[in-house]
Write a protein that binds this ligand. Structure first.
Ligand code: MLC
Ligand code: AMP
Length: 551
């Protein structure tokens, strides 16, 4: 645990210098048990096992060291203690942590306290952080010292209504053992557990609320379908504020009692050197198509000998999985040629977790371009424009609708929007158009709305970006569209009209966006035009806007 000790002391100093302390009330909290959540089951089994090898089972490895499941439970308990003795009963508790072991300890601690995790990202600028905290009505936030600078101005503006807890101070609390903890606290499966903010076609981002039951259903289905075991070792490279990184990757691994190696962020060179030069024990890699495209481009720059080593090493993985956006056929093919791996593509969404997956256990059954069949317990159907169920008509396309225990509870504080996204017979309307072949495999044809852009796996709302751009005083009119991109799937492009006598270039636009939206939302292309294409009703013609970028 040398790495861990260093990690703590380094950040403890930083926190002290900023005067960060746990509130004294938290320190005095009486000891209470951890929660009886299925998510903790494998961890408890390892911690309580009589066999020393099981007790030493590693949950997470990060740049600071290697942490057992027993340590993870103990640290989660510290977080729970720091949050106060009351049962939080699904109340929102925000967290702003880098991708690291401590991220998982904080997440579990919030759950053990009965809270709902509101994961914030280092990628969010102040304005977005403030929006998420206030929209979710979080009253407490746990923050890593390295990210305090991101959140402090927001908390100052909120005038002390949100209690700040520094993760290093929490981690420095005394370790606990299972016998310290007494009987498990009962956490209801139906209480709120996780907020995922997602952009829609209207309004500001909505907080998708998952309960312990919906997360459990999602992870349980993946456990069965993907054959997770405690022998798996996941290389985790995804951001931790969306379902892909949080639920599909991290929670699945922890649920299975597997080991997660967490990188601070995706880095193609680092992934290759870990897989090629490190122990040959990684069994699962998950990513968005952009990541695989980048891994392939890095591979092209390698010497033939290194390419051959890459093929051997990547070929040993049990699964390489792609999702969050359409996997281009070229990437599927090149990946297979270069690594011998038939990529496992699956389809999901913040509101439903994962719904469709290719066959994990039989690589030969995976079809390029297909996203597979419904996961266990998940019902999927296709409904055409006339409301006809066309699921069983091979080749017919329709709106993908989903039903099952995996489907989210609500958009936070938005009962009408929640109701609008469901059919009267209780199916969630995804907004994606799909088709199904004679073998029962589903294919994603695209989104119903032109105003949803998927860039590098992030879902972006054209209207949300337009609203922000219109606040730039020199812009008089704006249209944001997604333009196809080899690297990103789609990239954000903005066409604008300007006040007479003013000018704007892409650098100026990016600078304006910098403090207003996550960098990944800012337009990468700009066209200044005299007038935007509109139809007779005055509505923007987005098809014509897109064509402005092909000139
Ligand atoms: C980064 N940039 C992006 C971007 N990511 N722009 C558009 N789209 C993106 N996805 C910006 C950077 O801010 C930077 O802007 C410039 O592009 C170059 O960045 P980079 O350094 O090349 O990118 P990098 O930071 O390496 O990020 C690329 C990436 C990242 C692929 C690693 O986008 C990523 O982690 N994507 C995963 C998204 C994800 O997890 N989605 C899951 C959603 S859940 P500037 O201005 O600084 O130059 C979901 C459900 C499901 O969809 O089914 O899974
Ligand atoms: P999000 O709302 O960020 O969770 O993004 C979910 C959206 O990502 C879905 O509605 C789809 O549009 C898209 N998506 C996820 N997986 C795939 C996939 N394998 N192929 C195509 N689109 C996908």
């Amino acid at each position: 645990m040398l790495g861990r000790a260093l990690f703590r002391s380094q950040y403890a100093l930083a926190a002290k210098s900023r005067g960060q302390q746990l509130s004294s009330a938290s320190h005095k909290t009486a000891r209470r048990s951890l929660a009886n959540l299925a998510m903790f089951a494998a961890a408890k089994k390892f911690s309580l096992s009589a066999a020393p090898s099981e007790r030493a089972k590693v949950a997470i490895v990060d740049d600071s060291g290697s942490y057992t499941y027993a340590q993870l439970l103990s640290d989660a308990y510290k977080v729970r203690t720091a949050l106060g003795s009351k049962d939080h009963k699904g109340a929102s508790i925000a967290m702003l942590m880098p991708n690291s072991y401590e991220y998982a300890a904080v997440q579990w601690g919030i759950w053990a306290a009965g809270g709902a995790v509101v994961p914030l990202s280092p990628m969010h600028p102040e304005r977005e952080l403030e929006y998420f905290i206030t929209n979710a009505e979080a009253r407490q936030i746990i923050c890593h010292p390295s990210l305090l600078k991101n959140i402090q101005p927001v908390l100052d503006r909120l005038g002390g209504s949100v209690e700040l807890l520094s993760s290093d101070v929490i981690m420095a609390l005394a370790d606990t053992t299972p016998s310290d903890r007494g009987a498990d606290a009962e956490i209801s499966a139906d209480q709120s557990a996780l907020f995922i903010y997602t952009s829609g076609t209207t309004g500001k981002p909505k907080g998708v609320v998952h309960t312990h039951a919906t997360i459990g259903a999602q992870v349980g289905a993946l456990y069965d379908a993907w054959g997770w075991t405690s022998s798996d070792r996941l290389l985790h490279v995804l951001p931790l504020h969306h379902v892909h990184g949080i639920v599909v990757a991290l929670c699945s691994a922890l649920w299975a009692g597997a080991t997660t190696e967490m990188m601070p962020k995706f880095d193609k060179s680092r992934v290759w050197s870990r897989v090629i030069d490190g122990p040959q024990d990684i069994s699962i890699l998950m990513g968005v198509p952009t990541m695989y495209a980048r891994l392939l481009s890095a591979l092209e720059d390698m010497s033939p000998a290194r390419q051959s080593a890459a093929r051997d090493s990547m070929g040993k993985l049990r699964l390489t999985i792609s999702g969050s956006a359409a996997l281009p056929a070229s990437v599927f093919k090149k990946w297979q040629q270069a690594t011998g791996q038939a990529m496992l593509e699956r389809y999901g969404m913040s509101e439903i977790g994962m719904a469709l997956s290719n066959d994990a256990l039989n690589p030969a059954a995976r079809k390029m371009g297909a996203v597979g069949k419904p996961l266990p317990g998940v019902e999927v159907r296709l409904v055409d424009g006339e409301g006809v169920n066309v699921t069983d008509t091979p080749g017919a396309s329709g709106m993908i609708q989903v039903k099952g225990p995996n489907v989210f509870h609500e958009y936070y504080n938005l009962p009408e929007k929640t109701a609008k996204e469901f059919t009267t017979d209780g199916w969630f309307i995804t907004g994606d158009i799909g088709t199904r072949d004679a073998d029962g495999l589903y294919y994603i044809m695209g989104r119903e709305s032109v105003d949803i852009i998927k860039s590098g796996g992030f879902k972006l709302s054209a209207l949300e970006i337009e609203r922000e751009l219109l606040e730039l005083p020199i812009i008089t009119d704006v249209a944001v569209v997604g333009i196809p991109s080899e690297e990103w799937g789609e990239i954000v492009a903005a066409a604008v009209t300007l006040r007479p006598g003013t000018s704007l270039d892409i650098a100026g636009l990016k600078e304006w966006c910098h403090n207003r939206m996550a960098n990944y939302k800012s337009p990468k292309l700009l066209r200044v035009v005299d007038a935007l294409p509109r139809n007779l009703m005055g509505k923007l013609d987005k098809k014509a806007v897109k064509s402005l970028f092909s000139k």
